[in-house]
Design a binder for this molecule. Structure first.
Ligand code: HEC
Ligand SMILES: [Cu+2]
Length: 354
């Protein structure tokens, strides 16, 4: 598949898209003059563009103003983007791109730097009290506008929309459109963990758009006291908390045909990534399920390997495998369905127990 780049920093047709269109095994070159300073997005612009972008094909290019930007202690690159996957958020296995969800603009993941948690834990950004931080923030999209915010900090300076000529000051949240950028600067005054979010908060807390700036050092109580008192607050009115109803489970399967149909879908989303769509496996990595003597000789063991996961050496059709299969949180129904599908699809005769 060919790819190219449209650099928003370019003055010229397509931002260089046609000039940089490159087939596999080739390389291309073009030149441009950086006429406008600022922070710019670049992205792949090969059709279907949204699909290439939704696969993470984007980045940032900084055209510094003539005299550069003021000195800071730390500079970080943070870029937001969305992933639209066939399966829902959190589903295991290789997830193909869902064009339908992309068209509806309903991503399963909204993340910073390519993955949920990429900037948290060991990936957290780090600074010390009193230091200045500059974040080059971009939004690759392909669709959503970000409400970029750092919980516990105020941006002392924001170069809104990546425009370096006229910065704004004392900003809480800056809006960064899809295909746009901003430069946000702040001084971390007191120690603690500051959370980077898209302040459209379910994206942050449910879809991944959450990062951390960890600031280690001693406390400065007059800037931030910590908790000073704890008193009972008596709210007026009732305090009834209504939890969301759990989604209704599908009706139990009524016929074997239906079980096989559902099992096929479960297989495609949970198993095919490793065991391959036709169940032949991958030599030395993933054992076959099609005509597997391991699978066929002991049904109970087969069920257990799906519910409990499997690791250590196993021998399948004379070949040894020493990999790890994760444990699956599938319902009994789903396991019964998927194994019925595997047995019938592979041996021509259904043998799964319910
Ligand atoms: C992340 C990759 C991966 C996925 C996804 C996966 N497996 Fe496995 N599976 C493995 C590996 C690796 C082994 C071999 C484990 C070992 O070496 O101990 C294995 C072994 C097995 C075995 C026993 C060996 C055999 O070939 O008969 C069964 C049965 C099995 N998997 C069923 C499933 C089913 C059903 C699903 C979907 C619900 C699934 N697996 C999804 C990686 C995977
Ligand atoms: Cu591309």
């Amino acid at each position: 598949m060919p790819h190219n780049i449209d650099l928003h920093a370019v003055n010229g047709p397509g931002g260089g898209a046609a000039a940089s269109m490159t087939a596999p095994g080739h390389s291309s070159m073009f030149s441009f003059k950086a006429l406008n300073p600022g922070l710019y997005v670049y992205h792949c612009a090969t059709a279907p563009v949204a699909m290439h972008v939704a696969n993470g094909m984007y980045g940032l290019i900084l055209v510094e103003p003539k005299n550069g930007l003021p000195k800071v202690d730390h500079e970080f690159y943070v870029m937001q983007g969305e992933f639209y996957t066939k399966g829902p958020n959190g589903q295991q296995g290789l997830q193909p791109f869902s064009m339908a969800k992309a068209i509806d603009e309903k991503p399963d993941y909204v993340v910073f730097n390519g993955g949920a948690g990429a900037l948290a834990g060991s990936g957290a950004l780090r600074a010390k009290p009193g230091e200045t931080v500059r974040i080059f923030f971009g939004d690759g999209g392909p669709n959503l506008t970000s409400s970029f915010h750092v919980i516990g900090e105020i941006f002392d300076t924001v170069y809104q929309e990546g425009n370096t000529s006229k910065p704004a000051h004392n900003v809480q949240t800056t809006m960064v459109p899809s295909g746009g950028a901003a430069i946000a600067e702040f001084k971390v005054d007191v120690p603690g963990t500051y959370i980077l979010v898209d302040h459209s908060l379910t994206r942050a807390f449910n879809k991944g758009a959450l990062g951390q700036v960890k600031v280690d050092g001693s406390e400065i109580k007059d800037i931030y006291s910590g908790k000073l008192s704890d008193e009972v607050y008596l709210p007026e009115g009732t305090n009834i908390w209504v939890a969301e109803q759990p989604a209704q489970l599908p009706d139990p399967t009524k016929s074997k045909g239906e079980r096989i149909e559902r099992g096929k879908a479960t297989y495609a989303t949970n198993c095919a990534a490793c065991h391959q769509p036709t169940g032949q496996g991958v030599p030395h990595a993933f054992p076959p399920l099609a005509a597997s003597d391991y699978l066929n000789s002991d049904k109970i063991r087969a069920i257990k390997s799906v519910t409990g996961g499997l690791q250590g050496k196993v021998k399948v059709n004379g070949q040894e495998y020493d990999g790890v299969m994760p444990q699956w949180t599938l319902s009994d129904e789903e396991i019964s369905n998927v194994l019925t599908f595997i047995y019938t699809a592979r041996s021509g005769e259904g043998q799964a127990r319910q």
